[in-house]
Design a binder for this molecule. Structure first.
Ligand code: PTT
Ligand code: SF4
Length: 610
């Protein structure tokens, strides 16, 4: 095969053994890589009902056939496992030298099984796999850990590691790399910690083999040039994702005080232009010429890399309007390896619970020092509140007071990312039907919806969401290239079919890729259904009551809220278009059409589908 290395590395941490296997072109063509490989492996190999933090969960690092070639923004991989936060399929995308080095070491994916009996660092150097004592690193934060590993293995080594959050099994701990790249929102860092795996280091020395090397070289050079010529490139380079703060504020969708409002009085102070004044540097993922990580010095004098989601969730959502302080919380989240989106949610939840007198501790909106101390408690699962919040808002609401479920802002257990949906039913549906819970990565429909007319619950919106899910959840997550060149500067999708051809020799049209995307999406859905079994209901695809019951009280969209009945009808229209039944379970005919006959058989045998 070209493009793909055709090799998987399977690591057994309890035995300290590793073995390589080959896979064939059929798997490659049917699932592409990244999320496609991850969900296929988890479906095939995980026992239904496995405890996500037990040795029997599997942690997967998977790249795609473009990863590591000299192509725009191709330095990403997917980290996946059954999620301890949601109990369903979980993954995240991470831009890291580790993606490039893993492929150069000769692997498209690494499957980590069982649990080491002591803290371990996995060192993968081409064909050599070593299980090193990670005892000296255990307890260090992600920045310290990475620094030590780079000192040992050189600056170009690819490192993925966890901070104290992952070690202490915080359910929304993620995996960190390169001091500002982080991935695996639904607790992939906790799964890594549960396996006593502190870090993975990749060193690869082989060149990747392309089917058409000359075409690949020319295309790559042309593509980098093309991106730089795009009209929005210059502004993107100035602000990256940070300009979304101003956009969200203008459109009343900036999450504010635990998603109770869509505008924030101090939005300007934490926005893209404020960031520009404080910026001291920029960095990004490998192979990228859009470098979007903007660094400022935080209120603790440390460097912190800012992104929209982090700033909104650790800023407006908790009522904090000082960008340097927001940056300090963001830095702490990276150090501990805690997902900043879920963290902003649990903090907002705690502040609201405090305001309503449901917890003893006083923690007020926008209070910096107390918030920082609370994050420390969460990362170490210290005391009642640290432990409670380390489980995420769904679990916290169940344990605290059932009335708080109304404003525990999650879908299927994953905390909502940074777009308030009181006024955007399409975005609410996109969150509700995402592959991993309430994340915007599968369908960021909101920018289109705001232009197209936000109040409607139309079939056109359903179509748009499905279209975006095919492109984003399917194509980008399986090729594991960054989607931002496409979204932010309008780098056309056709480029990716050309890249795929040059890398693999495969002639696949966009429609062909979308079919693969549907296969992956339905398999992911089947994974959730199998895990939740009899407890699966369509209510799992429904946003929290707050957006239906508590209208916005401020700004131009004052009085707006979602309509439950219309949302329900839109959800049913979505199911129908997807070929799912009225509970959102894929029909046998749908699975069969996608070549998932065995999945259909298994769901039927377990009496989970019609
Ligand atoms: C992603 C989610 C996002 S989405 C952000 S900011 W964003 C948050 N980043 C965090 C962080 O940083 N530190 C931390 N401790 N927690 C964080 N949680 C949040 O995680 C990221 C970029 C961004 S910045 C986005 S939109 C795009 N996401 C992509 C994606 O998902 N797939 C893809 N093929 N391309 C993408 N390109 C963009 O990548 P998750 P990264 Mg990330 C510090 O991880 O779990 O997917 O959640 O990966 O390398 O940091 O790049 O306004
Ligand atoms: Fe990474 Fe940003 Fe480049 Fe995407 S645009 S590859 S997130 S630096």
């Amino acid at each position: 095969m070209y493009g793909w290395t055709g090799r998987l590395l399977r690591v057994n941490l309890s035995k300290g053994k590793a073995e390589t296997s080959q896979y064939g072109a059929n798997l490659a063509k049917a699932y592409l890589g990244g999320r496609g490989f991850a969900v296929k492996i988890l479906w095939d190999e995980l026992e239904q009902g496995v405890d996500p933090l037990s040795p029997f969960n599997k942690l997967i690092f998977a790249a795609g056939p473009l990863t590591g070639f000299a192509l725009p923004s191709s330095g990403k991989l997917v980290v996946a496992a059954k999620s301890p936060l949601t109990g369903g399929y979980g993954d995240g995308s991470i831009g890291s030298q580790a993606a490039v080095q893993m492929r150069k070491a000769g692997y498209d994916a690494v499957i980590v099984e069982r649990k080491a009996d002591k803290p371990t660092v996995l060192l993968v150097h081409d064909n050599s796999v070593e299980f090193l004592d990670g005892g000296a690193l255990w307890g260090l934060n992600s920045f310290e850990t990475e620094k030590k590993l780079h000192a040992l293995y050189g600056p170009t080594a690819g490192v993925l590691c966890i901070g104290q959050g992952g070690e202490n099994l915080v359910c929304f701990a993620n995996v960190v790399s390169q001091e500002g790249r982080a991935g695996g929102r639904p607790g992939m860092g906790a799964v890594m910690g549960s396996k006593n795996l502190k870090a993975v280091v990749f060193l690869g020395t082989s060149d990747l083999a392309a089917a058409y090397p000359k075409e690949m070289k020319d295309l790559g050079a042309e593509a980098y040039r093309e991106i730089m010529m795009k009209p929005n490139y210059a502004f993107w380079k100035r602000q990256g994702t940070m300009s979304t703060i101003e956009w969200s504020q203008e459109n009343s969708v900036l999450p504010t005080r635990n998603f109770s409002e869509g505008i924030f009085g101090k939005a300007e102070a934490i926005g893209g232009f404020a960031m520009e004044k404080l910026r001291i540097g920029q960095r990004g993922c490998p192979q990228c010429n859009m470098v979007c990580g903007n660094i400022i010095r935080d209120s603790d004098r440390k460097k912190s890399e800012l992104d929209y989601e982090n700033v909104a969730m650790l800023g407006s959502n908790i009522g904090l309007g000082d960008l340097r302080q927001v940056a300090a919380l963001n830095r702490v989240a990276d150090e501990y390896g805690l997902d900043a989106i879920s963290l902003g949610n649990v903090l907002g939840f705690a502040m609201e619970a405090s305001e309503k007198g449901l917890i003893d501790e006083k923690i007020s909106w926008g209070e910096f020092k107390a918030t920082k101390a609370l994050i420390e408690d969460i990362a170490h699962r210290r005391g009642f509140r640290g432990n409670l919040l380390a489980e995420g808002v769904r679990s916290a609401a169940e344990k605290l007071d059932r009335s708080s479920e109304r404003w525990a802002m999650h879908i299927k257990g994953l905390e909502i990312s940074a777009y308030d949906c009181h006024t955007t039913p399409g975005m609410a549906l996109a969150y509700a039907t995402s592959s991993i819970g309430a994340h915007h990565k599968d369908a960021w429909v909101i920018s289109w919806e705001v232009k197209a007319g936000r109040s409607g619950y139309s079939v056109e919106k359903v179509d748009k969401i499905i279209e975006l899910q095919r492109i984003r959840a399917g194509i980008f997550e399986s090729l594991t290239v960054c989607r931002l060149p496409w979204i932010e500067v309008g780098f056309e999708l056709e480029w990716y079919t050309k890249f795929l051809h040059a890398a693999t020799g495969l002639e696949m049209t966009l429609d062909g890729l979308k079919l693969v995307a549907d296969r992956i999406f339905n398999l992911t859905r089947a994974f959730w259904i199998r895990e939740y079994a009899k407890n699966w209901t369509k209510e799992m695809d429904t946003p929290p009551p707050r957006w239906f019951e508590e209208p916005l009280s401020k700004g131009p969209m004052k009085g707006s809220r979602l309509d439950r009945e219309k949302y329900g009808a839109m959800l049913q229209a979505y199911y129908m278009k997807r070929g799912w039944d009225e509970r959102g379970v894929p029909r046998v005919s749908t699975l069969t059409r996608l070549g998932l006959e065995d999945v259909a058989r298994q769901l039927k045998k377990a009496k989970l589908s019609e």
